[in-house]
Design a protein around this ligand. Structure first.
Ligand SMILES: Cc1ncc(C[n+]2csc(CCOP(=O)(O)OP(=O)(O)O)c2C)c(N)n1
Ligand code: SF4
Ligand SMILES: [Mg+2]
Length: 310
């Protein structure tokens, strides 16, 4: 791992690939995530974007601001289109480009899941990224299966009833060489994970926590703070699974003890989408956090057993 510790030593620190003045809203987590990801991936990167905010903001003339080759694709087709781009480039003898599908949570956890699972099973040499703003934002904030319990959207007026789908968990079951979670609340960790994924052959999956001020009803200047809160309170766990080896990263390494996790009240209060959350939904949100950490504990336990048996 590169373990980038300092912004000043970052390659491409003075080079932007996703340019200023683009049409994303102020404080957009998608914008931040892509900016950092591209600094790790460098200029030889092709982005495939299915219908999503990214797809919209890169296509709005005269504010389309990608300084990288990019293909806009249908909502369900990110992973299959990226597969085609990879093989097309390969057939022409071009193997030094990184092909990346960069999709929203709707395009990943709902409509694009079939193509995603297929590409993962085939082991296509691409990186698939889900920037998770926890709803269908560009079409006016409808719920996705990645929306958390209690969040108000235009299709869940009183707050979503079901729990958030654990897509990184599902992807880890595909036995692909690299699965990671990341957050715009820890850009250097995000940077390191993209740097690592770039050099691994096969299918890589990175799931990024990406706040959306208009969709979350949160102040635009608070996006990074909210993302950091989610890490500190354990609602978003930073980890990577490299060739089956599970590892917590960033601040999440210090949070295996539940007592060290901050309470979630402040986090819930920071976003208007949770304004109708009552005791019952609060308990469900806490149950979700517990469930995710229980899975982490199992992973860590399996690993210890595996190491002992060697
Ligand atoms: C088959 C199909 N159904 C619906 C749409 C309309 N549509 C475009 S983007 C989108 C939601 C995308 O949500 P997400 O993937 O989470 O990306 P975000 O907008 O949040 O960035 C929808 C419903 C479409 N383009 N194609
Ligand atoms: S609606 Fe949300 S995800 Fe879309 S551009 Fe605005 S802040 Fe970003
Ligand atoms: Mg979304």
């Amino acid at each position: 791992m590169t373990n980038m510790k300092d912004l000043k030593t970052l390659p491409y620190k003075d080079r932007e690939f996703f340019l200023q003045g683009n049409a994303t809203c102020a404080g957009c987590g998608l914008d931040l995530s892509l900016r950092w990801a591209l600094k790790a991936l460098g200029p030889k990167t092709v982005i495939v974007s299915p219908a999503s905010c990214l797809n919209v903001v890169t296509g709005v003339w005269p504010k389309g601001a990608p300084d990288f080759p990019m293909i806009n694709m249908v909502f369900a087709g990110a992973a299959s289109a990226a597969t085609g781009v990879y093989h097309g480039l390969k057939a022409r003898g071009i193997e030094d480009y990184t092909v990346v599908a960069y999709a929203g949570d709707g395009g990943t956890t709902d409509i694009g899941l079939q193509a995603l699972s297929g590409a993962a099973e085939r082991g296509t040499n691409i990186i698939y990224v889900c920037y998770d703003n926890e709803a269908y934002m560009n079409t006016g904030v409808q719920r996705s299966s990645s929306t958390p319990v209690g969040a108000i959207t235009t299709t869940t007026y009183y707050g979503k009833v079901q729990q958030k789908k654990n897509l990184p968990g599902i992807m880890s079951m595909h036995n692909i060489p690299y699965v990671a979670t990341a957050s715009v609340g820890d850009p250097l960790d995000l940077y390191d994970k993209f740097k690592k994924a770039k050099d691994i052959k096969g299918f890589k999956y990175i799931h990024i926590y990406a706040p959306c001020p208009p969709g979350w009803r949160s102040p635009s200047e608070k996006s990074v703070e909210i993302a950091k809160m989610a890490i500190d309170n354990g609602m978003w766990i930073l980890y990577e699974i490299e060739n089956g080896f599970f590892r917590l990263t960033g601040k999440s390494k210090r949070l295996t003890d539940p007592k060290k996790r901050k309470p979630i009240e402040e986090y819930i209060k920071s976003q208007g989408r949770f304004r109708l959350v009552k005791k019952e939904q609060m308990e469900k949100l806490e149950q979700y956090r517990e469930l995710m950490w229980n899975q982490v504990s199992k992973e860590l336990l399996f690993q210890q057993m595996d190491e002992k048996s060697r």
